[in-house]
Structure formats: structure tokens, C-alpha cells
Design a protein around this ligand. Structure first.
Ligand SMILES: CC(C)(COP(=O)(O)OP(=O)(O)OC[C@H]1O[C@@H](n2cnc3c(N)ncnc32)[C@H](O)[C@@H]1OP(=O)(O)O)[C@@H](O)C(=O)NCCC(=O)NCCS
Length: 178
């Protein structure tokens, strides 16, 4: 758990989630599905039940190569990061993460803090050697954050997303953990 002061002066807490967070997490995911076209799910398209979300968070907390982070202000979820390494030995050292922040809190440094927490955790995990991500090629603020933190562009995935009748490419980015 970490407490940080963001740019507007508020204190945020970044911590690992547990299954008691599942209900608030589903509400959070429903909210961000309406706020951004840069995610793999659109308005109302995140359809896990409470039990499925509880199991998802619980499973991650039992793995040494996965992490599910929450950023909170006064107990309210305002950001999230989820990373999972592979389940087989040859891919256990590598995984992909997704990150999001509620729109009201964009530009306060919260996305940066969540990813920094992931990088530090990866270095200390003793297992993670590579962190990957995919980002819509026109998501300039996210790409800026990833490059600022040291992620390198590794490739272009064409037609990765299909949103409102249009295809969008994704950039594949990665960071080696030594
Ligand atoms: C991407 C996201 C997680 C970033 O979170 P955040 O808390 O706003 O990020 P930060 O405040 O740490 O950093 C934002 C940076 O983008 C920069 N930025 C903002 N608009 C930008 C633009 N149009 N082009 C380039 N950089 C931009 C800011 O200046 C800031 O950089 P700085 O720290 O060097 O000043 C957040 O915008 C989000 O949830 N977006 C919707 C979901 C999403 O796109 N997730 C990523 C999917 S791969």
C-alpha cells in the first residue's frame, strides 16, 4: 500500500485489491466504459457478475505473477491496473497490463503512479522479466505516459479494435525487467 499526493493536492491510496472490492470495482468499470473509447469494452459491455469479479480478483491475489491494483480517494475507486503473467512456465515471466483512471481525475499523475507501482512490484517479484501493453495508436496521452516511464514501441497490431463500425490499430509496447 502506498499513499501519494496528486497534483490537485488530494491524497490517494494505491493498494492491491481483494474480493471485497468486487462490487465497487464493477461500478467503477461500468463508469469508465462510458468515459473512453480507448478500452477493450464500451458502454455497458463489461459483463462479469459479482461472483465472477470476486473470483477474478481472488485468483489474481493468489498468483505470484499477477497483480490487481486500485487507486482510491477517501475509499472511492478512481483508478485501476490489472496485470497477469502467463500460466505456463515458458510464459510465466511475461504479461500484459491494462490501466484506467476516472475521467474527472485525468492529468493528476494517477496513471503514472499506478504503472510505477507495477514496475517496482515487477522488479521485486523475482519472476517478472517483461511487461507488455497494447494501446490504441491514437491514444496520445497514454502513449506519452508509457514512453515517459521507459516503455519501448515493439510493433503495430492492425485492426486490433472494432468500435462503432471502424477498425483501430494498436501499438504494442514493452519493458524489460532486469
Ligand atoms: C491513459 C490514462 C490511464 C492516463 O491516466 P492519467 O492519470 O490521466 O495519467 P497522468 O496524469 O499520470 O499522465 C498524463 C500525461 O499525459 C499527458 N497528456 C495529456 N494529453 C495529452 C496529449 N493529447 N498528448 C500527449 N500527452 C498528453 C499529460 O501532460 C501527462 O503527462 P506528464 O505527466 O508528462 O505531464 C487515463 O487517461 C485513462 O484512464 N484513459 C482512458 C483509458 C485508457 O486509455 N487506458 C489506457 C489503455 S491502453
Amino acid at each position: 500500500m502506498e499513499q501519494l499526493i496528486i497534483k490537485n493536492g488530494s491524497t490517494i491510496t494505491i493498494r492491491k485489491a481483494n474480493k471485497l472490492d468486487a462490487e465497487a470495482m464493477l461500478e467503477y468499470l461500468d463508469k469508465i466504459s462510458k468515459e473512453s473509447d480507448n478500452l477493450t469494452f464500451g458502454n455497458g459491455e463489461f459483463k462479469l457478475t459479482l461472483e465472477q469479479e470476486e473470483n477474478f480478483i481472488d485468483n489474481i491475489s493468489k498468483q505470484n505473477n499477477a497483480i490487481f491494483l486500485i487507486a482510491e480517494i477517501d475509499g472511492k475507486i478512481i483508478g485501476n491496473l490489472s496485470f497477469a503473467g502467463g500460466s505456463k512456465p515458458r510464459i510465466a515471466h511475461t504479461g500484459e497490463f491494462g490501466v484506467s483512471v476516472l475521467k474527472d481525475y485525468w492529468g493528476q499523475g494517477i496513471g503514472t503512479y499506478l504503472i510505477e507501482y507495477l514496475i517496482n512490484w515487477s522488479k521485486e517479484s523475482g519472476i517478472i522479466r517483461k511487461v507488455n501493453l497494447r494501446v490504441r495508436s491514437d491514444n496520445y496521452s497514454a502513449i506519452h505516459v508509457y514512453k515517459k516511464l521507459g516503455f519501448i514501441e515493439e510493433g503495430l497490431i492492425t485492426r486490433d479494435l472494432f468500435i462503432n463500425g471502424n477498425f483501430f490499430d494498436s501499438i504494442s509496447m514493452g519493458m524489460k525487467i532486469d
